[in-house]
Ligand binder design. Structure first.
Ligand code: VTB
Ligand code: MG
Ligand code: MG
Length: 327
């Protein structure tokens, strides 16, 4: 895959962020989400790939744009066929309140390399590169923490576990407290927090808990690029969610299967990009300088070389047709 696609996809997440940041703190989740989706889709039209959305905003009948199965990109016969997974705005409730960690994300891979995850939950365990090979989602928290602590050359009590603040995680929280490790809770957005485990400067060592399955696949693409590790198990929480799994051809056995990093994001032809919308652990948010200029902060990665780039960009609203149309 052309390495420059990495830089192309940053434009896509940047545009989503620019479009949705206007909704910061306005209490309008749907408005912010709609703007991000529209921004992302517009930016896609100039990317030379033959893309198919495998993780998007839902089925055709429920999502007008970036629906699963939608063809995106302006590629022709000679251009690469790719799988695309998007979350134009991960953290709609975050942006609605102006809280940290809302991001626009995209993962792209050679066709067939991203798991077509149903819209349900996923149990996840994620660590950074130093602890690769040390996690087993079916083993106890204590055993996992012991192995990871050893790999990180830390005591368990100096480890920080990042957990989404939900009742469903009460057991995990209690067990981590019993073991004496630190906890950092977050309200929403487990793509940003999952990725944080792979950057030592965030101080976050491991993510545990149940979040969105689509977000899980997107996170896996980034974790792969960074050399970290992740395991997941699909975790439907209602009959309706189970039906969604069956509709995708999954049976009970497959639903309960442990998904390794390579099952989530296969191979070595993966790209990932994220742009901060509100400020976060890893990325600053989109900042409005004046009526014509907004600055964005993004990260873009490519698995083949493992290059991680942080891209700061100042966007001139008066000089870009795409962006101007969105404002
Ligand atoms: C998860 C997580 C997302 O929403 O989907 C979560 O993956 C939903 O959990 O990053 P609840 O149903 O308990 O709210 C996010 O945090 C934001 O979309
Ligand atoms: Mg979203
Ligand atoms: Mg999301």
């Amino acid at each position: 895959m052309d390495r420059n696609l990495a830089l192309e996809i940053v434009r896509v997440t940047e545009t989503a962020a620019l479009a949705s940041v206007r909704f910061m703190g306005k209490g309008d989740k749907n408005g912010a989400d709609g703007a991000a989706v529209e921004g992302m889709r517009k930016a896609f039209s100039s990317i030379k790939v033959r893309g198919e959305v495998v993780i998007g905003e839902g089925e055709l009948d429920e999502a007008p744009m970036l629906y699963i199965g939608e063809k995106v990109g302006c590629g022709t016969e000679s251009d690469m066929e790719v799988d695309i997974a998007v979350d134009p705005l991960d953290g709609t409730s975050l942006i609605a309140k102006g809280l940290p960690n809302a991001i626009a994300v995209i993962a792209m891979a050679k066709k067939g390399c991203l798991l077509h995850a149903p819209d349900t939950y996923m149990k996840k365990m994620i660590v950074g590169p130093k602890a690769k090979g040390c996690i087993d989602i079916n083993d106890s928290i204590e055993n996992n923490m012991t192995r990871v602590a050893k790999a990180l050359n830390k005591d368990i009590c100096d480890m920080t576990v990042i957990i989404q603040d939900r009742e469903r995680h009460d057991d995990i929280v209690a067990e981590v407290r019993r073991l004496g490790a630190r906890i950092k809770m977050f309200g929403d957005g487990d793509v940003a927090t999952g990725i944080a485990t792979c950057f030592e400067d965030t101080g976050v060592d491991i993510l545990m808990g149940i979040g969105g399955a689509p977000e899980g696949v997107i996170t896996a693409a980034a974790v792969k690029c960074m050399g970290g590790d992740m395991q997941g198990i699909l975790h439907p929480m209602s009959e309706e969610e189970k039906t969604r799994c069956y509709d995708l051809g999954l049976d009970d056995e497959t639903i309960g299967k442990t998904l390794l990093l390579d099952d989530l994001a296969k191979g070595d032809e993966l790209f990932f990009a994220a742009t901060g919308i509100t400020e976060g652990e890893l990325l600053k948010g989109a900042i409005c300088y004046d009526e014509n200029r907004i600055k964005t902060h993004s990260v873009v990665m490519r698995s083949k070389t493992g290059t991680i780039r942080f891209v700061e960009a100042v966007h001139r609203l008066d000089k870009s047709n795409v962006i101007e149309e969105l404002m």
